[in-house]
Design a protein around this ligand. Structure first.
Ligand SMILES: Nc1ncnc2c1ncn2[C@@H]1O[C@H](COP(=O)(O)OP(=O)(O)OP(=O)(O)O)[C@@H](O)[C@H]1O
Length: 231
């Protein structure tokens, strides 16, 4: 689905991603893992076109999208749930959802009903301000907003960060459902190992801006965890 080929990224003089290769298999849920500061968010932002890369390719279904704008990448079917959710707190739930509508085909610019079926709370709170929602509700809104563009690839940056445990499980169930029932390919950053194991089919490990290991989730051994994840 997505092949990241030899990308290098810099913040000014600071070389952050190094010759990074990664494969995100179609129809699978891939969990991107690594300690704080290894470059996970930077990588997702490069894929989304929110940060420039110095070299390399980002190939989505056979096409290099690296030269394209962020908006154009969304039009190619890449949905994004950013770290910290980035809900517009003074806009209503409905207005937050409407942000993705211009990406949809002309004549079909309405919020798809399945989003309210997945997240009934959004329907109930349609006219409330985003800032009035709880953390868990805001995360549901952020996922719902990303789904408005009908993505084929959904990218989520730490969707469980700062969320109550009972809602974490709900978010996990929804990610599985999007992946298994609606067929979305999912790439998510996750720090919590039990959650990663529960929702992920596949893992990729980053260490200091380099991809160091990947494979089926069952291959995430204690040795790898000790070397690249344990703080
Ligand atoms: N805007 C920026 N300017 C300069 N350096 C940055 C910037 N954003 C991140 N960095 C640095 O780039 C490196 C990678 O950061 P990044 O946020 O991608 O890591 P991460 O793995 O997502 O970490 P976390 O798990 O804490 O979110 C870190 O050393 C960080 O300090």
């Amino acid at each position: 689905m997505l092949a990241i080929k030899g990308i290098n990224q810099f913040y000014g003089e600071s070389h952050t991603l190094w010759d990074l290769d990664m494969q995100i298999p179609k129809g699978k849920c891939t969990v991107l893992m690594g300690r704080n500061g290894v470059g996970k968010t930077t990588l997702l932002q490069c894929v989304m076109g929110l940060l420039p890369i110095k070299s390399g390719e980002i190939v989505l279904q056979g096409k290099d999208i690296a030269p394209l704008s962020a908006e154009s990448r969304a039009r190619h079917g890449v949905g994004y749930v950013p770290q910290g959710r980035q809900i517009f707190s003074t806009l209503t739930v409905e207005e937050n959802l409407q942000i993705g509508l211009p990406i949809r085909a002309k004549g079909d610019r309405k919020i798809p009903a399945f989003i309210y079926q997945l997240f009934p709370v959004l329907k109930e709170m349609l006219h409330r301000r985003g800032g009035d929602l709880s953390g868990g509700q805001q995360q549901q809104l952020a996922i719902g907003r990303a789904l408005v563009i009908n993505p084929e690839l959904l990218i989520l940056d730490e969707p469980t960060e700062g969320i109550q445990p009972n809602i974490v499980q709900e978010i996990g169930d929804i990610i599985r459902k999007l992946n298994q029932e609606l067929g979305l390919t999912v790439l998510l950053v996750e720090q919590k190992l039990p959650f990663a194991r529960k929702v992920g089919d596949h893992f990729c490990l980053l260490d200091r801006g380099r991809a160091v290991a990947n494979g089926d989730m069952a291959m995430l051994t204690d040795d790898l965890i000790k070397e690249y994840l344990t703080v």
